[in-house]
Design a protein around this ligand. Structure first.
Ligand SMILES: [Zn+2]
Length: 176
């Protein structure tokens, strides 16, 4: 309760400071829900769900949920033979591909799924080469089996969704 009250106060202060915040809805109390549609992810549906669960178990300001029937998803997931890649239209919205090029090269599928969701959640690529960084993508060794965002990546996503940050449309490729 204390935390919720504190975040409400913080949000009010940010609003007064002129930063962009959500225009409607209860202030920062509930996480923002993003619906994803994995029905076209072919053999990768389970990996897509796993990628969503990884984020759900670590961030507090946003939740990724399977889209209910009759509702338009925020996120669509596809699969093809190219490289994994994401096309984000704004924070929390867009589509991404599970690409068999990376899968066939041996990159860990749950890591790819969590990484591409990371772009939808507002994180850019950071090609540090480190397995501990989820957003290092293909710059980490093929042997890297870490599908989890690090503390900095988690904090960044929470911060972006706390203020519903406005992000420009962008494209991200797993290899580059
Ligand atoms: Zn990427």
């Amino acid at each position: 309760m204390v935390l919720k009250r504190l975040s409400a106060v913080l949000l009010a202060m940010l609003t007064m400071a002129g930063l962009q915040v959500a225009a409607a809805g209860p202030a920062a109390a509930a996480p923002r829900i993003l619906y994803y549609d994995a029905s076209q992810a072919q053999e990768f549906v389970a990996a897509v769900n796993q990628g969503a669960q990884i984020w759900n178990s670590r961030v507090t300001n946003v939740r990724l949920q399977p889209v209910p029937a009759g509702r338009t998803p925020n996120i669509r997931v596809y699969a093809d033979n190219g490289w994994p890649r994401t096309y984000s239209s704004s924070l929390g919205n867009g589509y991404w591909y599970m690409g068999r090029e990376a899968v066939n090269d041996g990159y860990y599928v749950p890591r790819i799924a969590a990484h591409e969701f990371g772009h939808i959640l507002g994180l850019p690529d950071r090609r540090t080469g480190l397995c501990a960084d989820l957003m290092s993508g293909s710059s980490a060794p093929v042997s890297c089996k870490n599908p989890n965002p690090n503390a900095t990546e988690i904090a960044s996503v929470n911060r972006l969704f706390a203020t519903s940050a406005a992000l420009p449309a962008r494209e991200f490729a797993f290899a580059g």
